[in-house]
Each structure stands twice: as C-alpha cells, then as structure tokens.
Design a protein around this ligand. Structure first.
Ligand code: PLP
Length: 397
C-alpha cells in the first residue's frame, strides 16, 4: 500500500464541497484484512461507535464471516440497527431508561438477538421489570472489570463493579430473583491494553513502563477472566460468547482460551490515537479536509473550521492532526478553532486560497458527529457518498 501524498488527495477530491470527511477505502479494506490476521481466526465483533456509518458496517460484515455481530454503544442504536437488518447486537454499556429497554424487548419479540450489559442488581431489576411487563426474557451480558490496581495507580477504566470473583458470585446468586433476565454472555474490556499506546514519540521511559504494566496486567486479566468464565458457566451453562479487547489488544485478547471473540472498531479508520503501538500499524483511512480561506502571513494559512477535539482526558493528543501537506502544523496560540484554524506551513507545496488542508481526528467515531456524509474513495476516485449516523438523523450520545 502506498503512502498518500497531498497531490493524490487534492486531485482525488477536486471539486468536492469543503469541508468534507472521507474514508480511503483502499486503506480501510487493507485494515479489515490486517485486523482479520491479527485476530487469528477468532470472531470479531465490530465496535460500531468507532465506525458510525451503516454502509461501512455492512462493508466490514460482508468482507469475511469472521466479522460477526456488532458492539453498540446505546440500546437505541441497537434497535435502530436491528430495524435495518443487523442482528447479534451487544449493547456494551448499561441501559437504564425503561423506554429504551422496552424498545429492545420489542425487537427481541420479533426474533432478534440483542444483549444488554449489566454489572449491578439495579440493572437486573430494571431489565427484569420491563421483561416481566412485556413477557419477554431479555438476554444480558455480564461486564467483568478487568482493570489492574497497582500502588498509586488504577490501570484501566472505572466501569464495572464486578472486579473480584466474590463480586461475580454475588451477582450470579442474584440472578434467580430475576426470571425475565437471561445471562447469555460475558464481556471484559481491557482498556489499559486496548486503548493505551506503548510507543509514543519522545517518551522512551514512559513507553517502557506502560509496556511493562501492560504485560503484567495481561497475565492478571487472563487468570481473572478464566476463573470468571468457569464460575458463570457453572451457574448458567455454556455462554453464547465471551467478548474482550479492542483494536490495541487484539493479539493478547484472542490468545486467551476462554475468549470467543474480540471487539474492534477504531482500527478500521485508524485515527491518530492508534498510531503509536509497538505490535501493529494500520493505515490512516479516515480524515477530513478544510479550506484555506486566508493567508495572514507568508507561512500561515488560515482555514475555515476544523476544531474537532476528541473526548477523554485533556491533552494535545486529543487535537486533530494536520495530515497533508506533510509539515503542516497547528499554530500553538490558537490550535484547531471553531471557525478559524491557522496552519503554519513552510513546505514546497504551493498552497493558495481555496486549497484543502487534510486533517486526521484523534478518535474514530467522533469524526462522524461532525459530518453528514463520508466521501468514499477507491483507486483515487470518489465512488460513493455515505451518510454517517448524524447524516441519517441519528445522534445517540
Ligand atoms: C466495551 C468496549 N469494547 C471495545 C472497545 C474497543 O473499541 P476500539 O477498537 O474502537 O478501540 C471499546 C472502546 O471504547 C469499548 O468501550
């Protein structure tokens, strides 16, 4: 696969209305292929929040049957996707709104497979109450906390309360009180491996420390998840699936015997947060272009819009990155602005007013909340324009 140049994209998108977001399908398809290899024959559930475009979700599922099922970010998204023909939908975070659980129950009544995430009795109570009122047994997934705690450091995320085997046993005991929930799956998301880069530029010591902690944490996760699977299956019989991981942890997650599938989303677009991992490199498939509308100084080109900053802890890594032409930089006093984004550029490309500057977002799915469509590029030509969730009139979170 060839590295893209400024003139390649400039020519390919000539005449398109700016600003626009795009996905380079040659890169995207290569990422699908490479992710399959990394997963070493285990199933891959697509983390839809990191794609947020129905046409591209379909493209991944159609590519190979190793891609199976979606990991949704809300119940309303799962219902919407179910109504468009998708099936095997895992809602990855707890749903507490009665209306939303009802909508899921109604899809289940039609024969669709949707799993709701739980780790607390309150979740079981709420889902059970809806199930009882509609007379539907609702499949649920247990969220096992797989973070690691080291002196002075919580290595992982604060999500599930099920961080010990005792807590899992307590949860399992509760199940018999809730006949309209049906425990069918287990998930453990090792965010500290899946989403933490371990080869950041100019951070040698920190990278070493992260790598060391990650190796240690992987061993702990393996033991905890293995024991939890045994406990759960002893209580409720064989599960439909055991899910783990994300783009950054594929190899470690699939290496665990009890894990049946890995969740992957960000790797398809490969935003900048996924540029710095030791064990893989995917292609930067998604980006956006803003237009140069001013040149206040010889080497400063000011663009219209462009300030799409990502969620999470504040940091420079959450800013979008000027991508092409190579050598473009954000201006430190302004960074990426709501309406104006000055770019410092001293390279050889003869930039003029009206030219595009290409950026990459720090995260995958959040880019789609800024654009109604994605221009899909194949072989240097725009072959399609596909609605994002936003373009389809949907805003889930
Ligand atoms: C529960 C869960 N699983 C998996 C993922 C991995 O997704 P990605 O491949 O986009 O990093 C995420 C991302 O935040 C997640 O919250």
């Amino acid at each position: 696969m060839k590295k893209r140049t400024y003139s390649y994209y400039k020519t390919a998108f000539e005449g398109q209305e700016k600003p626009f977001a795009y996905v380079d399908l040659d890169y995207f398809d290569q990422n699908m292929k490479d992710i399959l290899k990394r997963a070493n024959h285990k199933k891959i559930r697509i983390a839809s929040k990191s794609v947020r475009c129905v046409a591209l979700l379909r493209r991944i599922l159609a590519y190979n049957e190793q891609y199976q099922g979606l990991m949704c970010f809300t119940a309303t998204e799962a219902v919407w996707l179910s109504q468009q023909g998708f099936d095997d939908l895992l809602v990855a975070y707890p749903t507490f709104q009665v209306k939303h659980i009802e909508a899921v129950a109604q899809e289940i009544q039609k024969g669709k497979k949707i799993y709701l995430m739980t780790d607390r009795v309150e979740h079981l109570q709420q889902i059970n109450a809806v199930g009882a009122s509609l007379k539907v047994k609702i499949p649920i997934c247990m969220d096992l906390d797989v973070s690691s705690t080291y002196p002075g450091l919580h290595f992982g995320v604060y999500r599930s309360s099920l961080s010990t085997l005792e807590a899992v046993e307590g949860y399992l005991k509760e199940l018999s009180n809730y006949p309209f929930v049906h425990l069918r799956a287990l998930m453990g998301y090792e965010a500290q491996i899946a989403g933490v880069g371990n080869e950041m530029p100019n951070q040698g010591m920190k990278n070493k420390l992260i790598h060391f902690l990650q190796k240690r944490s992987i061993r702990e996760i393996r033991a905890r998840r293995g024991q939890a699977i045994q406990l759960v299956e002893a209580a409720v019989g064989p599960l439909d699936f055991v899910n783990g991981g994300g783009t950054g942890s594929i190899e470690a997650t699939v290496a665990e015997d009890g894990v049946t599938e890995v969740a992957v989303g960000s790797g398809f677009y490969t935003p900048t947060l996924f540029d710095h991992y030791k064990h893989f490199q995917h292609w930067p498939a998604a980006g956006y272009a803003v237009e140069v509308v001013r040149q206040p100084k010889a080497d400063v080109y000011t663009c219209l819009g462009g300030g799409y900053v990502a969620s999470g802890p504040l940091g420079m890594d959450k800013l979008p990155k000027p991508f092409l032409p190579e050598g473009c930089k954000l201006y430190p006093n302004e960074m990426a602005g709501e309406v104006q984004t000055p770019i410092q550029y001293t390279g050889t490309e003869p930039l003029k007013i009206g030219d595009p500057i290409f950026f990459r977002h720090s995260k995958a799915g959040e880019l789609c909340e800024r654009f109604n469509t994605l221009l899909l590029l194949k072989g240097g030509k725009v072959v399609e324009q596909s609605p994002t969730y936003r373009g389809a009139g949907k805003c889930f979170l």
